[in-house]
Write a protein that binds this ligand. Structure first.
Ligand code: T1G
Length: 723
């Protein structure tokens, strides 16, 4: 049946890979049709088997092969994660893993040498493909990154990585890579022995062909992986090997509290497979992969992957709204936040002016920003000239000189509305109509700030989280008058500096602080009721938060929490009562870690040394009372979940998608629970409503389920019907 293919059908049907024989070298070119990245889809597996069949058959005068991508920015981004959604049971994932293993075993067993010519991302199945090649060359491009991030998706490498990587670079180095999911640039991958050479982008294919020829002639000897065990002799000594795995297991348990099955399973698979023949090791891998891929944890983490990439790629602006380029940023207020914003902007190639009222304050902020840049650059093993180029991008000033060149302004002065009004007016007199006027306020309504502006349509909230260089979320807040190009430009700026941006509508506390406040207020109430600081923190870290609420109070600063608490209590008096606990703490001069006095005591090194028992008398806590961990988790966890649903109901959030991304990336909602909305879908709205009603009876109307939750429970509806 011959039919004319439409544009999309032509694109979709185009092969994801092709092979051209050039002077005896088979050049295998990857280019996934219709996708911005190359992924290992069923189509690619089938097409690659076709190519391997041709190479096995010989007869085309091929001496060696090179695998290279025609797509800018990615070599292979791994298996097609979309397919995981169709796994119904462990067998489905196991089969998919075996398919991947079979293909890469066939690639590895080719008699001719193969060279992986890597420019862009080689992640997961992408790196596993490279590990099955004889030789690996990577470019020195900043977009080249190699890693096995599978544990971040709740799974383990399933195409041979758990066996081939330890056999190539050793146990400790490979566990570090697979347990953290960290991504290495070309130079660090070479220093770890993952790639053999690093070359500039323009000569990649030429150098790959040269290496292929030299391998075929025997002039170049590949390092090659061991058939069994670690290439580092000492790591094969039972004592040391046992120690490495024990240490790694302890590290995983203390970090994850056993809430993430994948990293523990990874350790088991690597340890049991290391001395086995490769095929036996791959058996273990495929089985574990299949079982993990259908766990709730993996489903939640895959959900987070797609919601966060979607949030990055799809800002809520009218079709056709074009962002302006952001190459110059000016930050006003060189305090801890301002300096952090300057550093992450400079790190992504933006020229930054950092201003403060006094030159000394500006200079202090400049030092903080540069120290952050140097620390991060050293971690990436950048060269001194590269570090200088980075730090030179930040300039300090006590004047508004050069502000007219700024594409985006970020005001980060003290959280006081009249001060911010004054500063916004000053800034505006030095900038043009094409400049985004952003504020890093965390609680003041943006509409309130826009009142001070001659161009309110240029005013927007750019809410960063502390510490700025570590927290991935940028909460962008629009007021009703914000111009779409301002929103689009702010979103593009967020993505450029490596943040995951979500756009929310103006409301007290916006989204992140709005859902955090009732959670924190409930923790303070439980303290008053006699629950201990440690019980509270332990309950919530065991639920999956990175730190407990009381530790968070001390981290954020009790004066900051008090201020935010009052603004939220004024806006939502029915369920966010101001806490006397925080007032008493602040009145006693306790601001938290920043002044070494809070709910905890601190050593001279500023490190926490334990709960401060004197706090209970100070806050007038009731006699010590045991409350079950489950009840603490419900009272705090469901307070946040319920409030999140309200923000969607009220239109603060544009989508449940942004709600999940914002909660996980902004305030540490447990990633393996997928976010508040995915959590409701997972445990069921009926169950959540029943637990809230039980709390409402016991503790009052602040636990009254949000209307949208009641509707979902009644109608069996889901926030993500496609799952
Ligand atoms: N599968 C499916 N879609 C993918 C994908 C993947 N592996 N990687 C990216 N996409 C989509 C993404 O959803 C987005 O879609 C678009 O591509 C652009 O992505 C056997 C089992 C590669 C560094 O974990 O880290 O291999 O929104 O916006 O910022 O052991 O994407 O346009 O519709 O993020 O330039 C392991 C995941 C898989 C890497 C590019 N691999 N990807 O970043 O673009 S598991 C990963 C990334 C595995 C094996 C196992 C990043 C990127 P849309 P983007 P980017």
């Amino acid at each position: 049946m011959a039919t004319t293919l439409t544009e999309t059908e032509t694109v979709a049907s185009a092969a994801p890979v092709r092979m051209d024989v050039e002077d005896g070298i088979a050049v295998i070119r990857l280019n996934q049709p219709g996708k911005p990245v190359n992924v290992i889809s069923a189509g690619l597996v089938e097409a690659m088997h076709g190519i391997l069949g041709r190479l096995e058959a010989g007869g085309e005068g091929v001496r060696a092969a090179v695998i290279i991508s025609e797509k800018k920015g990615t070599w292979i981004a791994g298996a097609d994660i979309e397919q995981f959604k169709d796994f119904k049971g462990p067998a489905d994932g196991e089969t998919a893993s075996r398919e991947g293993q079979k293909l890469l075993n066939r690639l590895e067993r080719l008699v001719i040498p193969t060279v992986a010519a890597i420019d862009g991302a080689a992640l997961g199945g992408g790196l596993e493909t490279a590990l099955a090649c004889t030789y690996r060359i990577a470019t020195d491009s900043p977009r080249t990154k190699l890693g096995l991030p599978e544990v971040q998706l709740g799974i383990i490498p399933g195409a041979g990585g758990t066996a081939r990587l330890p056999r190539l670079i050793g146990i400790a180095a490979s566990l570090d890579l697979m347990l953290t999911g960290k991504q290495l640039d070309g130079r660090r991958a070479r220093s770890q022995g993952i790639v053999d050479e690093v070359v500039p982008v323009p000569v990649l294919l030429r150098e790959a062909k040269r290496a292929a020829n030299d391998l075929a002639s025997g002039k170049l000897k590949p390092k090659g992986a061991r058939r069994r065990g670690s290439p580092k002799g000492v790591e094969n000594l039972p004592g040391l090997r046992g120690f490495i795995f024990r240490k790694a297991r302890q590290g995983v348990v203390s970090k994850t509290h056993g809430l993430y099955p994948a990293p523990l399973r990874l350790l088991e698979v690597v340890e049991r497979g290391l001395d086995k023949p490769l095929d036996a090791a791959l058996e273990l891998e495929a089985k574990a992969f299949g079982e993990l891929a259908v766990t709730q944890e993996a489903r939640s983490l895959v959900h987070l992957f797609f919601t966060s990439t979607a949030a990055k790629n799809d800002p809520p602006v009218p079709e056709g709204t074009r962002p302006k380029p952001v190459d110059h940023v000016a930050v006003v207020g060189a305090g801890f936040m301002g300096a952090g914003i300057a550093a992450v902007s400079a790190e992504s190639g933006i020229e930054v002016r950092l201003k403060d009222v006094k030159p000394e304050a500006a200079a202090k902020g400049l030092k903080t920003a540069r120290d952050t840049l140097i620390k991060r650059a050293k971690r990436k093993k950048l060269k001194p000239y590269q570090i200088t180029a980075l730090t030179d991008r930040v300039e300090a000033t006590a004047a508004y000189t050069g502000f007219h060149t700024a594409d985006v302004i970020v005001e980060a002065v003290f959280e006081d509305v009249s001060l911010k009004h004054g500063v916004l007016k000053e800034i505006e007199s030095h900038i043009g109509a094409d400049t985004v006027l952003g504020s890093n306020t965390s609680t003041i309504p943006i509409a309130e700030l826009a009142k001070a502006s001659a161009r309110p349509e240029n005013v927007i909230g750019l809410h960063f989280f502390s510490p700025v260089d570590k927290m991935p979320l940028l909460e962008i807040i629009t007021h009703p008058g914000t111009a779409p190009w301002v929103t689009a430009t702010s979103h593009a700026y967020g993505k450029k500096i490596g943040k995951t941006p979500i756009v929310v509508n103006d409301s007290p506390g916006f989204y992140a602080n709005r859902i955090l406040s009732p959670y924190m207020a409930e923790a303070a109430l439980l303290l008053e009721e006699g629950v201990s600081i440690d019980d509270l923190d332990r309950a919530m870290t065991r639920w999956g938060y990175p730190v407990g609420p009381i530790t968070l109070y001390d981290e954020v600063g009790l004066d900051v929490a008090q201020k935010a608490g009052k603004i939220m209590a004024a806006a939502f008096a029915d369920r966010m009562k101001p806490s006397q606990v925080i007032d008493k703490m602040v009145a006693d001069g306790r601001l938290g870690r920043k002044n070494g006095k809070g709910f905890f005591t601190y050593g001279d090194d500023g490190k926490k040394t334990g709960a401060d028992e004197s706090v209970y008398a100070l806050i007038g806590a009731a006699p010590r009372k045991q409350v079950s961990r489950e009840e603490i988790q419900d009272r705090l966890g469901l307070m946040m979940v319920n409030e999140a649903v309200r923000t969607l109901e009220e239109g603060v959030l544009h989508s449940a998608r942004d709600g999940d991304v914002g909660a996980v990336m902004g305030i540490g909602f447990p990633p393996f629970r997928g976010g508040p909305f995915w959590y409701v879908d997972t445990v069921g709205a009926q169950d959540v409503v029943a637990r809230l009603k039980k709390l409402e009876q016991a503790h009052g109307s602040r636990f009254a389920p949000a209307k949208m939750l009641l509707d979902h429970a009644a109608g069996g509806k889901k926030f993500f019907p496609e799952g």
